[in-house]
Design a protein around this ligand. Structure first.
Ligand SMILES: Cc1cc2nc3c(=O)[nH]c(=O)nc-3n(C[C@H](O)[C@H](O)[C@H](O)COP(=O)(O)OP(=O)(O)OC[C@H]3O[C@@H](n4cnc5c(N)ncnc54)[C@H](O)[C@@H]3O)c2cc1C
Length: 385
């Protein structure tokens, strides 16, 4: 799909009913699964089958591929409601949508068939971009793809790949022409079981239900038919939509944290009255409410502008503002929840610590705080390098 003009979503849905459907799905399919996955760090693959059956993978994809043909706004609602129950199983759906959209927006018939299987829950994909020496600086990636007849040979190392060891297909960005800089990169749909692909775990304190992996490519042969007509430019555009979804993810998570903290401040008694009767506690929760609502407005505004067909280059200010604010606010709101929980908040008997820990990844992924600030500053016309 062209990045400068997007059609308005073809279907219109009752958004209240859609949100309720997403919330019910999250309670039914995420609620009973996430704690075990968090403890064991084993991704429950059947969750993606359930998400596909509920129509939550490929929400914006064309109906001919099994997608829902809806907009960024509906995708954000789904992400918010899933994350309200657990942001780390929700992120598995986000990854399917990001990697899947590269396949269906830029793929030929064979590559779109992989996307169809992703949307149907038959194939798990991972977005395979980051490297040990190329985090925020995606243009600095070193993994190479060298043409040999009707194949390409991939060599290099990727890091922090969510579901990298669980995926069937790794949607991988590699350098095809080192002399051409950013223009000399392409995505490849690499079968994870290909000889020479090795996935090893990176144990993190965050995202534990959807683990991250190092992926080692050692002379991996990939057919030319798996090279996509997409590279650096396309992933940068894709990251912008992902940033709206990331904002929605943390909106759901901070809503959960605030709901929990408000309830706890109402029932927890000290000095003969609820702790929420103290202005100092009540004001922190009032401030958290403002953070949640401000995030909601920025996120929905960015999603609505996206769906109205505004060119991506004119959306940077909206998208980066939403992503930056959401990822700052979720840290503040979850720290407030942790503080309200007192000593019990630090135990495994209450959710406060888990909520705060999960939020710590927010400032880091899909362009850190500094990268969003840089994008905003540039949009303001500042000569920021
Ligand atoms: C849980 C988790 C899941 C992930 N999942 C995926 C995935 O599925 N696929 C994938 O490809 N990647 C994934 N990532 C990678 C993620 O996007 C990177 O971690 C991220 O890009 C940051 O890279 P880095 O850790 O190398 O940090 P660095 O880029 O080294 O940054 C370190 C610090 O320096 C700052 N900094 C860097 N450059 C500048 C600058 N120009 N100006 C000011 N400050 C700067 C940053 O803001 C940050 O504070 C994941 C990461 C995590 C932690």
């Amino acid at each position: 799909m062209n990045h400068t003009a997007r059609p308005v979503p073809v279907n219109s849905v009752d958004r209240v009913a859609f949100r309720e459907m997403c919330a019910q799905f999250a309670r039914r399919e995420i609620g009973p699964r996430w704690e075990q996955a968090d403890r064991t760090r084993v991704f429950p693959r059947e969750f993606l089958v359930a998400a596909a059956r509920a129509g939550l993978i490929g929400i914006t994809a064309d109906e001919s591929l099994g997608g829902a043909g809806l907009g960024c706004f509906e995708e954000a609602i789904a992400m918010e409601e899933m994350s309200r129950v657990n942001p780390n199983l929700a992120v598995a759906v986000l990854v399917q949508n990001v990697a899947g959209s590269i396949l269906y927006e830029h793929g030929d018939a064979g590559q779109r068939e992989i996307a169809r299987r992703v949307i149907a829950g038959e194939c798990v994909v991972a977005i395979t971009v980051t490297e040990p020496e190329a985090g925020n600086d995606v243009a600095g990636l070193k993994t190479t793809a060298v043409r040999e007849g009707d194949h390409w040979v991939l060599d290099g190392m990727k890091s922090f790949i969510t579901l990298g060891g669980d995926a069937d297909v790794l949607v991988t960005l590699a350098r095809t022409d080192p002399a051409a800089g950013r223009q000399g990169m392409a995505f490849f749909a690499v079968d994870r079981n290909s000889p020479g692909v090795l996935a090893t775990r990176i144990e993190t304190h965050v995202n534990r239900p959807a683990p991250t992996y190092r992926i080692h490519f050692d002379k991996v042969r990939v057919p030319e038919s798996r090279r996509l007509n997409a590279g650096f430019r396309e992933i940068m555009a894709g990251f912008n939509r992902e940033r709206v979804m990331v904002a929605a993810r943390w909106l759901g998570h901070m809503s959960h944290a605030l709901e929990w903290a408000r309830e706890y401040a109402t029932v927890r008694q000290q000095f003969g009255r609820p702790i929420g009767a103290n202005q100092s506690i009540a004001f922190q929760l009032a401030q958290a409410h403002v953070d949640v609502e401000a995030t909601r407005h920025l996120t929905y505004h960015a999603a609505q502008r996206w769906d109205s067909g505004v060119p991506v280059r004119d959306l940077i200010l909206d998208v980066s503002s939403a992503k930056l604010f959401a990822t700052q606010a979720v840290v503040r709101v979850t720290q407030t929840a942790l503080h309200v929980g007192g000593g019990w908040g630090l135990t495994e008997e209450l959710p406060a610590m888990r909520l705060a820990m999960d939020a710590l990844v927010a400032p880091v992924t899909v362009g850190s705080w500094e990268i969003q600030l840089r994008a905003i500053a540039r949009e303001l016309g500042l000569p920021c390098d």
